[in-house]
Design a protein around this ligand. Structure first.
Ligand code: GMT
Length: 379
């Protein structure tokens, strides 16, 4: 029998980050599968391009206030969903990132007396940091208890959420996926980009991409690289931008390696440009999944990444890279050097890197979300 078309509200964070990339891609692909999608966020997500007619972006307007210390995003989101739900009668409301969107969605359901099923996807710091503060935990836990389904993006985050919010919750793991496999960087593109960054033919290139938040420990990346470039002819290329960038630029100067560290800033199709690297670095203090690792693997770039959160579910130590100790740039530097000293091993890892992507395919993960929605609606 033909699958019914569902009316689905998806709520996500605006701004750079894996959770909005996942939510927006989910919205686009579900629309391609014939569902009617409404995507709610305070700003249009950067990757929401070529949206079909059955995908409508709804901008949540944040009221200006001189009285509160910030705009009441929880309420504004909740009220906007509720207003649309009166007309659209959503089958499913799916919140990505629990703080505060789990609350916004549940409030919309209660205020409007909605019959929509609520799905909440936990992404990372909504469990490990923000959601785990004494003031936030009880209301978030309340919304999670009300939800019809909760998913986490890795087994590690699922376990952490059970510990944080209560083992009585039912939480499934639905992994993140690699957003459409971008074509491999061609030899000519690689050459041109390396020339642009003044990288010699025989120079080793370490790459990193992030939003430069404190949790990414971008200063550890500079520190680890400092240890590597004392013995190896190498450059470090950092893609992205964010709060820690000025500190990192300062650190590179202070360590006398500013000429070897390239701050490439925000670039289009950043995942593809990781392909100029020999090793992808992700030294976060915590990371529920680490989408950027998948992007690197798809470009045949193995990684050195910290042994935290969901990273070991994506990076298999010794196969597609090496795990290292968190907040320990000495250990990271050591692992990088092992790889650079053993070109054969590095080459084998590079060849094998895309193998893991089979477990994180867009098609398979979308099927899992769609099956979850159907299951809830049959109940
Ligand atoms: O939780 C965050 O810090 C932000 C969040 C985001 O919106 O990008 O990142 C988390 O979700 C991503 C998508 O599921 C994961 O790939 C990231 O590993 C995760 N970040 C952390 O756990 C620090």
């Amino acid at each position: 029998a033909e699958k019914p078309s569902l009316k689905i509200a998806i709520i996500c964070r605006a701004g750079m980050g894996g959770s909005s990339i996942m939510a927006t891609t989910l919205a686009l692909r579900l629309a391609e599968r014939g569902h009617q999608i409404y995507l709610f966020a305070t700003d249009r997500p950067f990757n929401l391009k070529n949206a079909p007619d059955n995908l409508r972006f709804v901008s949540v307007n944040l009221p200006k206030t001189e009285l509160l210390s910030g705009p009441p995003e929880t309420l504004a989101t909740s009220g906007t969903i509720e207003r649309y739900a009166r007309k659209i009668k959503f089958d499913i409301i799916h919140s990505h990132y629990a703080v505060p969107y789990a609350l916004s969605a549940e409030m919309a359901r209660q205020v409007g007396g909605l019959e929509s099923k609520l799905v909440i996807t936990l992404h990372g710091t909504d469990v490990s940091q923000l959601g785990n503060t004494p003031s936030m935990r009880p209301p978030i836990k309340w919304a999670l208890q009300k939800a019809d389904a909760i998913t986490a993006v890795s087994k590690n985050l699922q376990q952490l959420a059970l510990k944080t919010y209560g083992s009585d919750l039912n939480i499934d793991t639905i992994y993140n996926f690699l957003v459409e496999k971008l074509p491999l960087l061609t030899a000519a593109e690689r050459k041109a980009m390396r020339a642009k960054f003044d990288i010699d033919e025989d120079e080793n290139v370490l790459v990193h991409a992030s939003n430069f938040r404190t949790v990414k420990r971008t200063d550890d990346i500079i520190d680890a690289f400092y240890r590597v470039c004392r013995t190896h002819h190498a450059k470090l290329v950092l893609f992205g931008d964010g709060p820690q960038r000025p500190h990192c630029e300062h650190l590179a100067h202070y360590l006398g390696i500013a000429d070897k560290v390239i701050f490439a800033g925000k670039v289009k199709e950043c995942g593809r440009w990781l392909g100029i690297g020999d090793i992808n670095l992700l030294l976060s203090a915590e990371e529920s999944f680490g989408l950027v690792l998948l992007e690197g693997f798809s470009q045949h770039v193995p990684a050195v990444a910290t042994n935290v959160g969901g990273i070991p579910e994506v990076l298999i130590d010794g196969e597609n890279g090496f795990l290292c100790e968190a907040t320990n740039p000495i250990d990271a530097g050591r692992k990088i050097r092992v790889l650079l000293n053993d070109r054969e091993l590095l080459q084998t890892m590079a060849e094998k890197a895309p193998d893991i992507l089979e477990d994180f395919s867009e098609e398979a993960i979308l099927n899992q979300y769609e099956a979850l929605y159907m299951r809830l609606l049959e109940q």
